[in-house]
Design a binder for this molecule. Structure first.
Ligand code: HEC
Length: 131
């Protein structure tokens, strides 16, 4: 008599569980929040070429968030970056770190950060420490 209703419960539990997973996943995908402490560790990869306060292989990062691209005095930029008209908003920094050549084809920075959370953490670090 109840042969049909018996499996109904486990099935509804399963769909409830799936719905929960979906909610957790979509929250996780919401705009990545940067962790500056983790960004400091990741910045060691940038430090092969950059420092906060001095020009090196790459330009210094002091004040980079909000700064116009190619504007550090005494640093010899590629003409392409210098004339790009880019302003280093957080969004533009994120795009840059995905792949500098996609944004500025003739740039001389060859380094990219494929992971979105890593990029967010590095940008949070720059915002906090390179003001
Ligand atoms: C292998 C060396 C190298 C590494 C590693 C590197 N960069 Fe660069 N970066 C450069 C060079 C060279 C330039 C100048 C590019 C140009 O003039 O076209 C540059 C330019 C930049 C600029 C533009 C600055 C400005 O004043 O307009 C930003 C922002 C930047 N790098 C961020 C980073 C970050 C963040 C990292 C680490 C995730 C990083 N870079 C890693 C070499 C490097």
């Amino acid at each position: 008599m109840n042969v049909r209703s018996t499996p109904a419960r486990p099935r509804s539990f399963a769909s409830l569980a799936l719905a929960t997973v979906a909610v957790v996943c979509s929250t996780g995908l919401a705009h990545a929040t940067g962790n500056a402490a983790r960004g400091q560790t990741l910045y060691k990869g940038c430090a092969d070429c950059h420092s906060i306060n001095e020009n090196a292989v790459g330009p210094m990062h002091k004040g980079v968030v909000g700064r116009k691209a190619g504007s550090v005095p005494g640093y010899d930029y590629s003409a392409d970056l210098k004339n790009s008209g880019i302003v280093w908003t957080e969004d533009n920094l994120d795009k840059w770190l995905v792949g500098p050549q996609a944004m500025v084809p003739e740039t001389k920075m060859f380094f990219d950060v494929p992971d979105a959370q890593d990029r967010a953490d590095i940008i949070a670090y720059l915002k906090e420490k390179a003001r």
